[in-house]
Design a protein around this ligand. Structure first.
Ligand SMILES: Cc1cc2nc3c(=O)[nH]c(=O)nc-3n(C[C@H](O)[C@H](O)[C@H](O)COP(=O)(O)O)c2cc1C
Length: 186
């Protein structure tokens, strides 16, 4: 795969990760694809990728949403369900079975840059399962989940992690998310 940002070699002790969960989805089967404005989703993505031993790739927000103008534009684009320009990490999606999308919640909607990435790879992703991991300030996440599922179809796993959540609780929620990625046993 090209353009991996975080790899299975990430030092998990730097991330406060005290336990490692090896999710039996097969190496190369699951990828973590994230976007971030101020770093929380990026850290979450790398922590989760290290936990499940999967690569993480950043979809760059090339127009940027920094500062007050960026904040207002982010809210506008998200609430109107618009797309935004992205820097494609160029993932080889041929053998990918599960994509874990990671993003900040903006106005309870799918990220505008992830929308662009998903649209660009719609054909390649037609057989893939999608999961969502979101960083947020703390609003009830049910509306976000239902908005995302209305656009993308059912998610195989979902978690929303408030920025200020205690590390152990965060690990517990990430482990629960990882457990949902296990293939159903016959
Ligand atoms: C435009 C905008 C809208 C937001 N809307 C929500 C929201 O609906 N619910 C919520 O809990 N947090 C909301 N947030 C807070 C972010 O989701 C939160 O700060 C997140 O952790 C930022 O992640 P990042 O550092 O990866 O950008 C919003 C932030 C921005 C900039």
């Amino acid at each position: 795969m090209r353009g991996a940002v975080a790899s299975p070699g990430v030092n998990t002790s730097d991330l406060g990760l005290q336990r490692t969960v090896r999710v039996e989805v097969g190496v190369g089967d699951t990828v973590v694809v994230y976007t971030t404005r101020s770093g929380h989703s990026g850290a979450l993505a790398e922590q989760f990728a290290a936990m499940i031993d999967a690569p993480a790739y950043e979809v760059k927000d090339v127009a940027g949403h920094a500062g007050l103008v960026g904040f207002l534009r982010a809210g506008f684009q998200a609430s109107r369900r618009l797309s935004a320009p992205m820097g494609d990490p160029g993932i080889d999606l041929t053998d990918v079975g599960t994509v874990v999308l990671v993003q900040p919640i903006w106005a309870s909607n799918l990220s505008p840059v992830l929308r662009t990435w998903l649209d660009a790879h719609r054909a390649e992703l037609s057989g893939a399962r999608l999961a969502m991991l979101a960083s947020q300030s703390g609003s009830p996440p049910e509306r976000f989940r239902s908005n995302v599922e209305a656009e993308l179809g059912g998610l195989v796993a979902f978690a929303a992690i408030p920025e200020r959540l205690a590390m152990q609780e965060r690990i517990d929620r990430l482990e629960a998310l990882a457990g949902c990625l296990q293939p159903a046993r016959a």
